[in-house]
Design a protein around this ligand. Structure first.
Ligand code: BV8
Length: 236
């Protein structure tokens, strides 16, 4: 029986079947790249152009990808459960938005937005590749940075608070395609477990969460999530 409220927590793995590189799988984004070299404020201060080249390469890759059946199943869940549904993603690729998800808590920002390094003003940026690296603020001429949360940076407080409240209230939580190693994002699935939620993990590899959840569903999300959803949606 699929009990509401429903919370869906997604990581890079939900986009893997769309052709977007994950972070920690073989051939993933971090392979051959030291996180400290590209995803920290210090790295950006040291070599902004190198950081921008890494992010722009990801933007180019994602621009040629399309949402997959797992993203579309998540949209159907939002359609069916309305305000009893919450989507929280660690992903910055924008594929949930392109699939049609409407209310998304983006914990780590977006590849499709930039932020002025002088005053934090945000600018949508959908052009990939960027014409110049690093991009310059159209208002003040200062450098723009990727609008993402780097290691050592705080997440947006309101976003994390809303996600934690949803994790406390949810009766069913789907954890899709995350290694669960990055905090505080990874704490959400633990909060849900502590509050007695029925947690279902979708991942081809077992993780530290796999032994703790009610259902561990092995396999690729583009196959397992729609299949699980079809079997359980009618049970409501
Ligand atoms: C912070 C930027 C305060 C955007 C990212 C405890 C508490 C608080 C903080 C910490 C803590 N311990 C350590 C920290 C510090 C750090 C952290 O968590 N470090 C880790 C590495 C130990 N956290 C922070 O710095 C956070 N800030 O807490 O501020 C503070 C400040 C200073 C000091 C202390 C505290 C900020 C974290 C945000 C970092 N930014 N991204 C971008 O470039 O994308 S994180 C990055 O990794 C991504 O955003 C992504 O969200 C995240 C997690 O990766 P996953 O999405 O899980 O992807 P991954 O590749 O790992 O796994 C993919 C999974 O999919 C695998 O399991 C695979 O099996 C599966 N899969 C593969 N194919 C498929 C599939 N699943 C389904 N279907 C498939 N086909």
């Amino acid at each position: 029986m699929l009990k509401a409220p429903i919370l869906v927590l997604t990581g890079a793995g939900i986009s893997a079947d769309s052709g977007v590189s994950t972070f920690r799988d073989a051939g993933g984004l971090w392979e051959g790249v030291r996180v400290e070299d590209v995803a920290t404020p210090e790295a950006f201060a040291r070599d902004p152009e190198k950081v921008w080249r890494w992010y722009d390469a990801r933007r180019v890759q994602v621009a040629s990808c399309v949402p997959n059946a797992a993203h579309r199943a998540v949209v159907e869940m939002e359609d069916q459960f309305g305000d009893q549904f919450t989507l929280v993603t660690q992903n910055v690729d924008g594929l949930h938005e392109r699939a049609g998800s409407r209310h998304i808590h983006r914990l780590h920002g977006s590849l499709w937005s930039t932020r002025c390094t002088r005053d934090g003003r945000r600018f949508p940026q959908t052009e990939a590749p960027l014409p110049t690296l690093p991009p310059i603020c159209p208002e003040c001429g200062e450098m723009l940075r990727p609008d993402v949360v780097w290691f050592g940076e705080l997440l947006d407080r309101a976003t994390m608070d809303a996600a934690a409240r949803a994790a406390e209230r949810a009766r069913t939580v789907l954890v899709i395609g995350t290694s669960g190693v990055v905090y505080p994002a990874a704490s959400l699935q633990l909060i849900a477990l502590e509050h007695g939620a029925h947690v279902v993990e979708f991942n081809p590899e077992r993780t530290a969460l796999s032994d703790l959840v009610a259902e561990y569903v092995p396999g690729r999300a583009a196959t397992t999530v729609p299949s699980w959803w079809q079997q359980n949606r009618s049970a409501t």
